[in-house]
Design a protein around this ligand. Structure first.
Ligand code: FRU
Length: 903
């Protein structure tokens, strides 16, 4: 059983007990065995008992009626004994047969009161009743007092074996025996009831002289005697005396009052007194064994008084009963209400406990909820951590893959250059080595570049495995950096970048691994050069910041690095977003590692360009773990790169209508090589990727070759922008890239690229692709020119056709106007006059004015065919200012005059 159930159970018991205690606390049970209830005397006895019992709230009275059956009375007494009544009251039918069962009750310990009729012996607690011997005597004395001379009496006795019967006889006889004038003429044995008397009395009256008195042992038998006397008209002759003196209709008092009886002797029932006696016994009082009730003779002299008395008593009894009834009802109401209150209190307590219980449950629930929430939170945090970790892992993985992909691409451009250069050498019939100085230096430089990339990779490996240890050498840092500065000077000059070197006058000694530091500064300076535009500036500044350290700042005026990427740029697998070109990204990582191996520091700042600050500690105390060379071995610097200026491309005279190419490529060597190869056939324009779109818009070239990895915008973006612009949308674009994955290929084609060639490439293939693209453009041009009048009717998705449709609409709308100009048309199309000219030339291979003219003549031809307008009307309607000029133009175009054509 749970605690809760236990509490409910206890509470219920409490409520039940409190209800029960209400009844139990005052309760004594009195069992009364009544001989019979056929006559009023007995009924009166019962009633007075009940009235009295009702005055004692602690008493419960149970009356059992034996119905004048001795056996039944015995059984009923037995059952009362068994029930364990607290007091037993018995009014025996007969003395002798009832005696044993009363003794049994006494033996069981039940106090027993005998009332009215007696039992044999004295084994009972108390007897209560009037003195029946006395009653007999009183009757006899009454007769004596009313006699003058000889008197004859008939006695009618009660039931044989019942004590009142023989005691009354005894008393009666005791007086009569001594009085000579009274003679007991006859004795009739009755059974207390009228019926038992009549027959016997009639027989006696028949046989004896009419008696003067009849003494009947009770009023009922006395009335019977009167009825017999009356039937013989003897009622005035015979005086009849009864016993009981009951009040009420046909009671003894009434019979005396009516003159039927001469007198009646009061025989009180003793009911009320018996209950009082029982109460005293129950209270533990010692009560007298014999409780004799007083009696009195009621005759014509006192009958009224007696009747009044009884009337009053009766009335009082009635009032008491009424009040008892009311009290009973109130008590019942009180009980039910008090039970109700208790039940309610119980329920309230239950409710309160339930409330507490609910509160407790809510508290417990909240507690476990909180626990659950905390657990949940923990799990979430753990999950998030795992997710973040997984994400990081994925990013790292992707970065690594990207890194290796980018690295592989880095190899491609130098390889392309090497291959192209070798091809170029082998292709030449006349192999004078001097002519190939540019190609050979390209081969050398790019091979060196490949070597450097491979070196970086190996250094990276060593750093990763922790196997790289610097061998610091005493070095004058200013001299050291000056050498590097000198090395970069010519390259800066070539790029029109101002390279400045600022240092204190006195040399500053530091311990560095020169090989490592070479790489560090070479790398930072190469980057600075790479990201600084023409006419930009790079400053190398050495400062003794503190006693113990020296600071080297390299500041450029390039594109700069967003602040949030300052840390990232040292990550081997990441690089700054401003650098659209993927590079190996190892340079800065390796630089940082090298500097840190020297216990130095590298930091980056960016404000109008980037600034790298390298701090190196002076002395060698911090380098104890390495083998330090205390002697300066002197200048050991080896030139890192030799700049090869590309040879001037010799002047080539191209035909007027030679097609133009725009090459967008940031590798100067490659773009120069391409330029060199194409310049004998095409007008070549070069862009390093910066402002490439603007350049294309300005030039409207016939074809574009574009790299994908470019500094400002990617080749995808450039391609997309050009294809989405009406002015350049017609220009074929060839992508030339190191990226050879499917995704980039698809992305490029989606951006509108016409061909996709990957590095290292074969120049012949590139040239062929270029030719094909131009040829396709030619074919399209032919198609447009031949369908030009149908374009307006067709629903084209193609932007070129859309353009032509728009162009035609504007021309048709203004055909009549002889002053309709190319400027006006360009304005309507929202492009410049030159762009319109180039676009139309590219699409239709004719000038815009030629095209307008052709439209006029075409329309005129239709009018000549389909209308009856005369020639001058037609000439004016298609915008010719004179019919003569119209005719000449028409003839030039179609080989016959308008007149001839109409015929
Ligand atoms: C009633 C009665 C009375 C009589 C008494 C004697 O049942 O017959 O009339 O006085 O019993 O026990």
């Amino acid at each position: 059983m749970t605690l809760f159930k236990k509490i409910i159970f206890l509470l219920l018991i409490l409520v039940i007990c409190s209800c029960a205690s209400e009844t139990e606390s005052t309760s004594f049970r009195i069992g009364f065995s009544q001989a019979m209830t056929t006559d009023n005397w007995r009924k009166q006895m019962n009633r007075s008992m009940q009235v009295e019992a009702s005055l004692h709230p602690g008493l419960q009275l149970e009356i059992k009626d034996a119905q004048n059956d001795v056996q039944r009375q015995i059984e009923q007494i037995e059952s009362l004994i068994e029930q364990g009544v607290d007091v037993l009251i018995v009014s025996p039918i007969q003395s002798q047969p009832i005696t044993p069962v009363i003794e049994k009750a006494m033996n069981t310990g039940i106090p027993t009161i005998v009332i009215d009729r007696k039992i044999e012996g004295s084994n009972y607690t108390s007897y209560i009743g009037a003195d029946n011997v006395e009653i007999g005597k009183n009757a006899a004395n009454f007769i004596l007092s009313h006699s003058n001379g000889e008197i004859e009496v008939v006695e009618i006795t009660g039931l044989k074996g019942s004590s009142p019967a023989y005691e009354r006889s005894e008393g009666f006889a005791s007086v009569i025996q001594n009085a000579n004038e009274v003679k007991l003429a006859s004795q009739i044995r009755g059974d207390w009831e009228k019926a038992s008397v009549k027959k016997q009395l009639e027989n006696i009256l028949d046989s004896i002289k009419t008696p003067d008195f009849i003494f009947a042992h009770n009023d009922r038998m006395a009335l019977g005697a009167w009825e017999v006397a009356r039937s013989r008209n003897l009622e005035d002759d015979i005086k009849i005396i009864g016993v009981d003196g009951l009040f009420g209709p046909s009671g003894g008092i009434q019979l005396v009052k009516e003159g039927l009886l001469t007198a009646t002797i009061l025989y009180p029932t003793g009911g009320g007194e018996a209950i009082k006696l029982a109460d005293r016994i129950l209270s533990g009082e010692n009560v007298p064994k014999n409780n004799i009730l007083s009696t009195v003779i009621i005759d014509s002299v006192n009958v009224d008084i007696m009747q009044n008395q009884f009337n009053r008593i009766n009335q009082q009894q009635y009032d008491i009963e009424k009040q008892q009834e009311i009290i009973g009802q109130q008590l019942a109401t009180y009980r039910s209400q008090s039970i109700l209150i208790k039940v309610m209190i119980g329920l309230s307590m239950l409710l309160f406990i339930l409330g507490l219980w609910a509160g407790y449950l809510v508290y417990k629930l909240k507690k476990s909820k909180r626990k659950l929430e905390i657990n949940n939170k923990k799990i979430k945090t753990q999950r998030n951590q795992i997710e973040t970790f997984a994400e990081k892992l994925q990013i790292i993985n992707e970065s690594k893959i990207n890194f290796f992909t980018a690295l592989s691409h880095e190899f491609k451009t130098p390889l392309s250059l090497i291959i192209s250069s070798i091809e170029s050498i082998t292709d030449r019939e006349n192999k004078n080595i001097q002519e190939f100085s540019y190609e050979t230096s390209l081969i050398v430089n790019n091979s060196k570049r490949l070597l450097r990339l491979i070196d970086e990779l190996l250094d990276f490996r060593k750093l990763e495995s922790g196997n790289l240890k610097p061998r610091p050498v005493k070095t004058g840092i200013i001299g050291f950096l000056q050498n590097i500065y000198e090395d970069f000077k010519s390259e800066a000059l070539r790029k029109s970048i101002q390279l400045e070197f600022k240092a204190p006058r006195n040399e500053v000694e530091v311990y560095i691994d020169r090989n490592m530091m070479d790489k560090v500064f070479y790398n930072i300076l190469s980057n600075a050069l790479k990201f600084t535009p023409h006419n930009g500036k790079i400053l190398i500044k050495i400062e003794e910041s503190t006693k113990n350290s020296v600071e080297i700042r390299i500041k450029d005026s390039g594109i700069g690095i967003p602040k949030e990427e300052w840390e990232q740029i040292f990550d081997p697998f990441r690089q700054a977003s401003n650098n659209a070109r993927p590079s190996s990204g190892l340079g800065l990582y390796i630089s940082k590692q090298y500097i840190e191996l020297h216990k130095g520091k590298i930091e980056v700042y960016s404000h109008q360009g980037s600034e790298f600050k390298i701090t190196i500690l002076k002395g060698d105390d911090h380098l104890k773990e390495y083998e330090v060379e205390k002697n300066d071995p002197g200048n050991t610097y080896q030139k890192q790169f030799e700049t090869v200026s590309p040879p001037e491309i010799g002047e080539v005279t191209l035909p007027e209508n030679a097609e133009s190419i725009l090459i967008i490529e940031d590798n100067p060597d490659l773009s120069h090589l391409l330029s060199k190869k194409f310049s004998n056939r095409y007008k070549v324009y070069l862009s390093d990727g910066r402002k490439a779109v603007e350049m294309a818009l300005d030039l409207i070239p016939d074809i574009i070759i574009c790299d994908l990895n470019l500094p400002e915008k990617s080749g995808f973006e450039i391609s997309r922008e050009l294809k989405n612009d009406l002015r350049t949308s017609h220009i074929p674009t060839i992508i030339l890239t190191a990226l050879n994955d499917e995704e980039s290929r698809l992305k490029a084609l989606k951006a509108g690229a016409d061909a996709y060639i990957t590095k290292p490439f074969n120049f012949e293939i590139l040239l062929e692709s270029l030719r094909t693209a131009l040829y396709n453009r030619e074919k399209l041009r032919y198609y447009y020119t031949n369908r030009i009048d149908r374009i307006a009717d067709e629903n084209f998705e193609d932007s070129e056709q859309q353009f032509l449709k728009e162009l035609n609409e504007h021309i048709q709308n203004n055909l009549k106007d002889p002053d309709f100009s190319v400027e006006e048309l360009a304005r309507l199309l929202k492009i410049s006059r030159v762009q319109l000219y180039r676009k139309v030339k590219a699409l239709l291979d004719m000038s815009i004015s030629e095209y307008i003219n052709e439209q006029r003549l075409r329309k005129a031809r239709h009018l000549l065919q389909d209308t009856s307008l005369n020639i001058s009307e037609i000439a004016y309607s298609v915008g010719f200012s004179s019919p003569g000029y119209f005719s000449t133009s028409f003839k030039n175009k179609y080989g016959e005059s308008p007149k001839q054509f109409r015929k």
